[in-house]
Design a protein around this ligand. Structure first.
Ligand code: NA7
Length: 543
């Protein structure tokens, strides 16, 4: 039925970033009616909002891009190994124009509520403009890192100087020129921004809570020969990414850290450090993410690099990441990050030694001192995965909200669905490989799998799809069992919600690899969707 006849659209989509745009393309091509809503004024999602200085993706652009259209990947040319935010955003705009996708979305409009109407088998979706829309299916492409964490710095409301956050950057870098700037937070965002802010500011004081392992990104212009070779080989390269552990071409290693001599290990780490990226030091031996002693060799290699680069020994010791093993929290890739601490106008405050007590109109007050500043840059991270999903205000079949349903832990089937929320799907949702992969690969696979499932239902005239609790429990066991074998299990991080007070302690990703995950999902589809109830009929219960 067309929307105009019934007021019911087949699919309501949330978000016009990498997920929502491909979703709109895939579904409308297959004949579904689709109404997308995007909170921002334009396409881009994460790459629309995160415009802070130095913002770029740390997955190489030749891989961090869509693979669904051969002509698109032949025509688009990336300028750098790690394209800056502005270039990724123009790519997304190019895709939106090329496939005429903007017409599927209403911009500046946020989904703020969604209630399952069991009698009519549809979602009633409330928008922040007061309207309600009705859709058979509701599919979230709201992103994993799209809800900024609350600004939980004590006394921030007292500060009257310039205040800006990396995730909603709305000033020019030059607005910080000649100013005394505080940067709070040293995750990927802070690490990318700090060196550039230091170039214009009078002084930068970095307030660091937990030091991270920052490895040199080694960004560079892409030579035309490499671009040509990649384009020639694109279909094969994309296929390799889809079946790889991380969504980038695999660099298989089979030997363990202690299989080689100390000297040989060091030589290998040096080489890996030059190569950089997710296949750098943290991936040089097979057991680095599973064996703490093996990991220590890689972690200490980075510790030594920091001590070599940073001239002031006291500052170097504060920057040495000693609270977690390399890779157990998101690794960070930077450009001149540690070198920046050798500048006379940059200083470091360790919040572990002197926590922030409050702020005044023009200063940050720690337990040990008062730091007068003209501007505060917050780089304090996101309420990952659940932030954007809870923001949709979902109420499921039993009348409970998603937040209530997941109160004791996040539960999904394959990251796509969650029991009690029929006809609701997530692209790159929690317990999918999203957080441990080149997310564009995970997004395309999710959209294709969800589209195939709803087409399968349509073919048999079915209108109700829900994951069974048994299948969901089995998937949660698989994700937990997989992560338990790794050092991720030993470390607090946004990966498991530890950065948000009161958030359930669930590791939010499947870390068994995108290739293995894809095989499981494909097999499930082939076998007629065991674990999924279609029109009240449970498909075979074996996972
Ligand atoms: P992250 O990686 O969550 O980093 C946030 C940083 O801010 C981290 O250093 C935090 O320290 C620090 N933080 C958070 N809250 C506070 C408060 N209240 N006071 C002081 N310091 C604080 O976010 P990013 O935006 O950098 O990166 C997110 C992801 O984007 C990244 O992992 C990539 O996947 C891309 P903590 O470590 O919690 O002690």
């Amino acid at each position: 039925p067309s929307t105009s006849e019934t007021g019911i659209v087949d699919v309501i989509g949330v978000g016009a970033g990498f997920s929502g745009l491909y979703l709109s393309h895939r579904l409308t091509t297959a004949g579904w009616t689709f109404a997308g809503f995007e909170a921002g004024p334009s396409v881009g999602g994460t790459w629309f909002w995160n415009t802070y200085p130095g913002a770029r993706c740390d997955v190489e652009s030749i891989y961090y891009s869509y693979s669904f259209d051969e002509a698109l990947q032949q025509e688009w040319t990336w300028s750098q190994r790690f394209a800056p935010q502005a270039e990724i955003l123009s790519y997304i705009n190019h895709v939106a124009d090329r496939f005429d996708l903007r017409k599927h979305f209403t911009f500046d409009t946020r989904v703020v509520g969604a209630t399952w109407n069991a009698a009519d088998r549809l979602w009633e979706v409330q928008l922040d403009n007061g309207e309600t829309r009705r859709g058979r299916y509701l599919i979230s492409g709201a992103g994993g890192l799209s809800t900024p964490k609350d600004f939980d710095v004590p006394g921030l409301e007292n500060f009257t100087g310039l205040q800006v956050s990396t995730s909603r950057w709305n000033i020019a870098l030059d607005d910080l020129a000649g100013k005394r700037v505080a940067v709070i937070g040293t995750g990927s965002s802070g690490v990318q921004a700090i060196p550039l802010i230091a170039e214009v500011a009078e002084h930068v004081t970095v307030f660091q809570r937990t030091p991270n392992y920052v490895m040199p990104a080694r960004n560079a212009d892409l030579p035309p020969e490499q671009v040509a070779a990649v384009k020639d080989g694109y279909p094969a390269i994309r296929e390799e990414c889809r079946h790889s552990p991380g969504g980038i071409p695999d660099r298989p290693v089979t030997d363990n850290a202690f299989d080689v001599s100390d000297e040989e290990r060091r030589r290998r780490y040096e080489e890996a450090y030059e190569r950089s990226g997710f296949q750098g030091v943290g991936a040089e031996f097979a057991d680095l993410l599973t064996d703490a002693e093996a990991n220590r060799t890689a972690s200490e290699f980075i510790h030594d690099k920091i001590r070599e680069i940073v001239e002031d020994p006291a500052t170097a010791e504060l920057l040495v990441p000693r609270y977690h093993p390399l890779g157990a929290k998101r690794s960070v890739f930077g450009t001149d990050y540690y070198e920046t601490y050798n500048r006379p106008n940059v200083s470091l405050v360790s919040l572990r030694d002197e926590p922030i007590e409050t702020m005044t109109a023009n200063a940050i007050v720690t337990s040990k001192g008062t730091y007068e500043v003209d501007a505060v840059v917050l780089a304090i991270g996101f309420d990952a995965f659940t932030g954007p999903l809870y923001g949709l205000g979902l109420t499921g079949a039993s009348g409970k909200t998603l937040q209530e349903t997941w109160h004791d832990g996040i539960r999904t089937y394959l990251g796509f669905m969650t029991t009690d929320f029929p006809n609701f799907f997530m692209v790159a949702g929690p317990l999918s490989p999203a957080l441990a992969s080149n997310v564009v690969v995970t997004i395309e696979q999710a959209v294709d799998w969800i589209a195939d499932l709803i087409e399968h239902a349509r073919d048999s005239g079915a209108t109700l799809i829900e994951a069974t609790p048994e299948a969901q429990n089995a998937w949660v066991d698989i994700t937990e069992g997989t992560v338990a074998q790794t050092l991720y299990a030993t470390t607090d991080s946004w990966y498991r919600g530890s950065n948000i007070e009161g958030k359930p302690n669930t590791f939010m990703g499947y870390v068994g690899g995108v290739g293995k995950y894809r095989r499981m999902c494909t097999e499930i589809a082939k076998r007629g969707y065991p674990g999924v109830e279609i029109d009240g009929e449970t498909q075979s219960r074996n996972l």
